[in-house]
Design a protein around this ligand. Sequence first.
Ligand SMILES: Nc1ncnc2c1ncn2[C@@H]1O[C@H](COP(=O)(O)OP(=O)(O)OP(=O)(O)O)[C@@H](O)[C@H]1O
Ligand SMILES: [Mg+2]
Length: 220
Amino acid sequence: MVLNKKRRNTANKKRNLITFANPDSIISEQYRTIRTNLYFLNSDKQNKTLLVTSPGKQEGKSTTAANLAISMAQQQEKVLLIDGNLRNPYIHSIFKTSNAFGLTDVLIGSTPFEEAVYTSSIERLDILTSGKIPNNPVELLASQNMKKLLQKVKSLYDIILIDSTAILEVTDTKIIANICDGVVLVVKQNKTNIESAIETKKVLEYARAQIVGVILNNKK
Ligand SMILES: Nc1ncnc2c1ncn2[C@@H]1O[C@H](COP(=O)(O)OP(=O)(O)OP(=O)(O)O)[C@@H](O)[C@H]1O
Ligand SMILES: [Mg+2]
């Protein structure tokens, strides 16, 4: 199946993309600071695949992943943003693109990566949306094909950001955490409680994941 790239590329007004709409704003500057801090933490460039997750739902994972991806692309990095939330995918909505093909299609082998990925209108930013919602997300994410895909994209991009489900909700993200180089944890002010944050840290340690940064998202 050949992807209609043109149709998917037409979106220009993007939701929640302050880094795109207003790159000079204070918030965009804060995303740049986060990105810079991540680079200092990972100056040996070992952390190429970064998982963006949070303890619970609706704490700002997708918004953070999208804005960080843009911020990194604006700073000359070749970035791939993958929607690894196969239960409640949102990246295609943020970028207002089709989700007809994506990660799940690549993992089941029905669509090659090159056809499922799309080049966004933001220079150096490619996006792999979730694809069709599967009934076996854990199995797909734990598959050899997922490992192979990450290996492949590591050679094509400077950085790969993966949006995900909440770590304390389902097993999916623990699996991805285990095969990613680092984890960026998003916690929300006045929402994430300290117990959940501690539990998340334990779960990630158990999955042998390395937390490379914590972002305090303060949506009221
Ligand atoms: N810093 C922020 N300022 C304003 N709105 C925000 C902020 N962060 C998130 N939001 C809004 O909050 C809602 C939830 O954010 P988002 O979808 O990024 O969370 P999530 O953790 O990915 O959710 P889910 O667990 O469903 O995947 C969205 O409508 C988003 O636009
Ligand atoms: Mg999300």
